[in-house]
Design a binder for this molecule. Structure first.
Ligand code: UFG
Length: 330
């Protein structure tokens, strides 16, 4: 396994995977339409081909130019709120992109794919921590589109022998200071970057979306996982598939939960800034608690997250304070 196609490799998590693969000596081809990704996030050492994964001719050119051994597919829209108001955009892009990618793989004889899935496939969880065998019943079209692709992957394995690892991320955060890459979304909706924008003085305050949840301090609890630990899991998943490992879904989370208030308090400690916060109404569709069981990824992939919450926030803070305007492309 030498050459890896990273679709969506100019985005937040994809760029961290690209950096890791380059560091480990793989030949990396990034395919990205740069609609939400950033050219500057793809550092030297990776080839960038700008195009849309829904464009069959584009993918055909990429698969013809490079002898691709495996695919890691990050290319997708990922705003939960937007998916509710525009489900066709989400199914069209996310499922449509996966159909084109799998078609190109089948046509070019590529039989391994690591796919970005999400904790949003579970919807309102049955129990904590969440295991891969728990009920999947998404509460928004973003999660629905990812679950639909997981279903498609199963059928493609059966029909064409394309094996997959669907990695269900919990809350990705952090940055990679050595590679000089970090999180830059427009608009930004995620808690940790918003909190750090307050620390930078770019926002006046952070709104806490509800403090009357059935949790110890009343705010929602999430499982935050360092983006570099996520990248490490993708590489282990590629190696697992390369060894002949069976297709399946894997949770990627730390197994620990932190409330919104705990995140803000930790960010105050890490940054030394006051970070004003006010309680606001609940955000529609937010489950009160989402915590991963990562036992399967530990046992089957040999993965273990290495970076805790303080490191996550410290690394994100280093990147945001060095890049207050993100990649600065508007
Ligand atoms: N939150 C606030 N204020 C903010 C932003 C967020 O209180 O300004 C809260 C949210 O209500 C939530 C927690 O902080 O309780 C984390 O919110 P994020 O938006 O950072 O992340 P989510 O848990 O909503 O979403 C993440 C991923 C999604 C994925 C989802 C799975 O970012 O891609 O987990 O449930 F779909």
């Amino acid at each position: 396994m030498k050459t890896i196609l990273v679709a969506g490799g100019a985005g937040y998590i994809g760029s961290h995977m690209t950096a890791l693969l380059v560091e480990k000596g793989f030949q990396v081809v990034v395919a990205d339409n740069l609609s939400t990704g950033h050219r500057q996030a793809v550092k030297g050492g990776a080839a960038l081909r700008v195009g849309d994964v829904r464009d069959a001719a584009f993918l055909d050119r990429v698969f013809s130019e490079f002898a691709i051994d495996a695919v890691v597919n990050f290319a997708a829209f990922s705003l939960v709120g937007e998916s509710v108001t525009d489900p066709l955009k989400y199914y069209g892009n996310n499922v449509g992109g996966a159909v084109s990618m799998l078609t190109a793989m089948k046509d070019h004889g590529v039989d391994k794919i690591v796919f970005s899935s999400t904790a949003a496939t579970y919807g309102e969880p049955e129990k904590q921590p969440i295991e891969e065998t728990d009920r999947t019943d998404p509460t928004n079209p973003y999660g629905g589109s990812k679950l639909a692709i997981e279903g498609l992957l199963k059928w493609c394995d059966r029909a064409y022998g394309i094996r997959y690892a669907a990695l269900r991320y919990f809350n990705a955060a952090g940055a990679n200071g050595e590679a000089d890459i970090g999180e830059d979304h427009h608009p930004e909706t995620h808690l940790i970057p918003i909190v750090l924008q307050c620390a930078l003085g770019k926002r006046e305050r952070v709104g806490i979306y509800g403090d009357d949840y059935p949790t110890p301090d009343g705010t929602c609890v999430r499982d935050y996982i360092h983006v570099r630990d996520l990248a490490a899991a993708h590489l282990l998943a590629l190696e697992y598939l390369d060894r002949g490992g069976q297709s399946g879904a894997f949770n990627l989370g730390s197994g620990d939960g932190f409330s919104v208030k705990e995140i803000i308090d930790t960010a105050r400690q890490v940054t030394g800034k006051p970070i004003p916060a006010v309680t606001e109404p609940r955000r529609a569709g937010d489950p009160s608690v989402l915590i991963a069981s990562n036992a399967k990824a530990r046992e089957v992939l040999g993965w273990a997250p290495e970076r805790g919450l303080e490191t996550i926030i410290a690394d994100a803070w280093a990147w945001h304070s060095g890049h207050p305007d993100g990649y600065g492309e508007g």
